[in-house]
Design a protein around this ligand. Structure first.
Ligand code: IMP
Length: 193
């Protein structure tokens, strides 16, 4: 059976991706199983760069083809930030609600409502050989914080052609349209060809 290394510690992502890869007769290994404790610094300026830093690192450590993802939200009223700093931006506030209120206020004051989520997946198959798969979901910042599903910025993001925030959609509904599933599907298509 072919092996593939997913450079991630996020247990939810690992479970989700393992389910998908079961069908492909591929053994999916994660950081834990390969007993890798160190992680590289994610100091890239773009999602693509950060994903590549991780997938190159994983491949160089193990010699096993390795993929990694990086994602975040880009908000028009914040000059399309926080982007690669999405996690850090949220953590800079005392709690999520304060962060969301800050975003809602800048959106209201500027009248700029647009936003998108982006995921980049980098697959390193050899030294100096990597392929990137991108997924995006466009939408707008909501006027109120709504919904309890999902994680991160889901309660303030309304996908295009929708009235609900991502946090008001079930996981199944979110997975049909999300930036992450678009990028994962591109990776799967590549691997199955
Ligand atoms: P990661 O690179 O997938 O770990 O994502 C970095 C950060 O971006 C997360 O900590 C979240 O704050 C945000 N983010 C990424 N994807 C999503 C999503 O699907 N919904 C909400 N927030 C997300």
């Amino acid at each position: 059976m072919r092996q593939l290394f997913f450079f991630s510690n996020n247990i939810n992502k690992i479970i989700e991706i393992k389910k998908i890869f079961n069908k492909f007769n591929l053994e999916l290994l994660s950081l834990n199983e390969l007993n890798i404790k160190e992680e590289p610094e994610e100091n890239g300026q773009t999602f693509e760069e950060n994903a590549k830093i991780k997938s190159d690192y994983g491949f160089n450590k193990t010699g096993i083809p390795c993929f990694a993802d990086d994602s975040g939200i880009c908000i028009e009223s914040l000059n399309w930030k926080p982007g690669v700093f999405s996690k850090r931006f949220l953590n800079n506030f005392k709690n999520k609600k304060l962060c969301f209120k800050n975003i809602l206020t800048s959106t209201k004051n500027s009248g700029k409502q647009n936003a998108y989520f982006k995921t980049s997946i980098s697959l390193t198959i050899n030294k100096n050989q990597n392929i990137v798969f991108n997924g995006k979901i466009y939408g707008k910042i909501s006027e109120q914080i709504r919904g309890n599903f999902g994680f991160g910025y889901d309660p303030i993001f309304i996908p295009q052609n929708n009235s609900k925030t991502l946090a008001e959609l079930s996981t199944k509904e979110k997975n049909k349209i999300s930036h992450r599933s678009i990028a994962v599907n591109k990776l799967i298509n590549f691997l199955s060809n």
